[in-house]
Design a protein around this ligand. Structure first.
Ligand SMILES: *Cc1c(COP(=O)(O)O)cnc(C)c1O
Length: 223
């Protein structure tokens, strides 16, 4: 059995290799360790190993961990589907929200007090039940995001669908990003790539990877 430190080192080396293979600086890629279902103690261990970016997908669990670990120098990324009525609460502890996919969330997150970084999640499947905005509706959502006070649009987020070659799926996101940048020139970031497909994501320009099990080990069953 490998240790957390060993798995982290293996992934970091894999990320650096994939970046160099794509002619990119390893430092142009941020690895977010997705710690959902794992206890706060594991997040604290990651912090001691130098991890600064952690991701969560369930509001109550994320809120509790962020409160318990508020003394650590961590950036909290919310990557899960978000309910409008919980959005304000997520905004209180999250540094970055990756899963904005509809106008109702924009109104719920609007604030004149502080600015939060966000990604718009794109649905790459034909199933509207999956999180993310349909590509055809993306330009309108981009414009609405730019018009919302208190949000800084970093770029696009996506999950490669089952049954599609990940690299092809990530290439679609890169193309969508090019059209988004005509409306929002600063929205250059791409949150894509997980444990199984991060090398393909890096090859297509990912700037933020969301990696869980390859670093944390298998997740405990959701409680
Ligand atoms: C769980 C999760 C991940 C990490 O998945 P792994 O396959 O464990 O790397 C990435 N993104 C989102 C949105 C997730 O929910």
């Amino acid at each position: 059995m490998s240790t957390l430190a060993e798995r982290l080192a293996v992934v970091q080396a894999g990320v650096a290799d994939a970046a160099r293979a794509a002619g990119r600086e390893p430092s142009s890629v941020t690895t977010i360790v997705v710690t959902k279902f794992h206890p706060a103690s594991l997040v604290a261990e990651l912090s001691a190993l130098g991890v600064r970016d952690v991701g969560e997908n369930r509001h109550q669990e994320a809120q509790a961990k962020a409160a318990e670990l508020s003394g650590l120098p961590l950036r909290w990324h919310f990557v899960g589907q978000l309910q409008s009525k919980k959005a304000k609460q997520v905004r209180a502890y999250a540094d970055v929200i990756h899963s904005i996919d509809r106008p109702a969330l924009l109104s719920a997150l609007a604030s004149g007090e502080n600015t939060i970084d966000c990604f718009l999640q794109v649905n790459l499947t034909d199933n509207p039940e999956r999180g993310g905005v349909a590509p055809a509706e993306l330009p309108t959502l981009v414009e609405q995001t730019l018009a919302t006070p208190g949000l800084r649009l970093l770029g696009l987020m996506a999950v490669a669908p089952l049954g599609e070659e990940p690299r092809r799926a990530f290439a679609r996101v890169r193309e969508l990003s090019e059209s988004v940048r005509r409306i929002a020139p600063d929205a250059t970031a791409l949150s894509m790539g997980m444990s199984q497909d991060f090398a393909a994501a890096i090859a297509e320009g990912a700037t933020h990877l969301r990696i869980g099990t390859a670093i944390t080990g298998n997740r405990p069953q959701p409680g």
